[in-house]
Write a protein that binds this ligand. Structure first.
Ligand code: DX5
Ligand code: ZN
Length: 227
């Protein structure tokens, strides 16, 4: 049985107050942290690297999910696993040798994920699914938090779930969904078949730790109805 996870993305957090806000999400029931790594080339934004992931990971005992929105991700995988990423996902659109990179992530002891952008059909994943631990379905165009959920993503999640069932992989491969998830659409995303839910701006909408904790609790309460 694949487990459900609520994974706050720190991208939109108040970085001046990051420690307190991360601890607030964990107090609110977060099952880990989603780390949005951007190189300014694969996506039109630049965030942080493995050293920031490591600085966070060595202080909090939680699941660290590193989403690499970078060109040639195979160059960076080892660095992120060395910095305590428990899961590393790379974009199908950015990787020429996806089977080799997915195998590398797993050989390093982390869960291996493949990410697809909104315009990329799930069918392209058929050959890599047997080697993957999870698929990250982008429900916004990668690069920024606070964007609107692309509504066709729900049908896409269902198609991915059906493909996993067809391949007999529905108990092995988790579906992660990322982008534009709010309290008014998370149930639809879970009903469509999502297992891991990334929420950024809807949790970090405030730099007040109590509010961040309460935001996290609200999302976790919904997720718990699907356990
Ligand atoms: C976008 C990132 C997402 C984003 C989620 O490129 O991959 O993780 O930060 O933030 P919200 O929930 O605000 O869309
Ligand atoms: Zn992300």
């Amino acid at each position: 049985m694949v487990e459900k996870k609520l994974l706050p993305s720190i991208l939109n957090a108040d970085f001046w107050n990051l420690e307190e806000l991360i601890l607030a999400t964990l107090k609110g029931g977060a099952d880990g942290l989603h780390m949005d790594v951007m190189d300014g080339h694969f996506v039109p934004n630049l965030t942080f690297g493995a050293s920031v992931v490591g600085a966070v990971a060595k202080r909090v005992n939680t699941f660290i999910d590193s989403h690499l929105m970078v060109e040639e991700p195979s160059r960076w995988v080892e660095e992120f696993v060395k910095n305590r990423s428990n899961a590393v996902s790379v974009h199908w659109e950015a990787e020429k040798h996806l089977h080799r990179t997915v195998s590398l992530i797993k050989s390093l002891g982390a869960k291996a994920g493949v990410v697809i952008n909104p315009a990329t059909p799930v069918e392209v994943l058929e050959e890599i699914l047997p080697f993957s631990d999870f698929v990250l379905v982008m429900s916004v165009n990668p690069g920024f938090g606070g964007q609107k959920f692309i509504s066709t993503s729900l049908r896409k999640i269902e198609k991915l779930k059906n493909l996993l069932v067809k391949l007999g992989l529905e108990e092995k491969v988790s579906i992660e969904v990322d982008g534009g998830i709010k309290l008014n659409n998370i149930e639809d995303v879970l009903k469509a078949g999502a297992d891991w839910i990334v929420v950024g701006s809807a949790i970090f909408s405030s730099s007040d730790a109590k509010e961040v904790e309460n935001n996290t609790k609200r999302f976790k309460e919904v997720l718990e109805k699907f356990l």
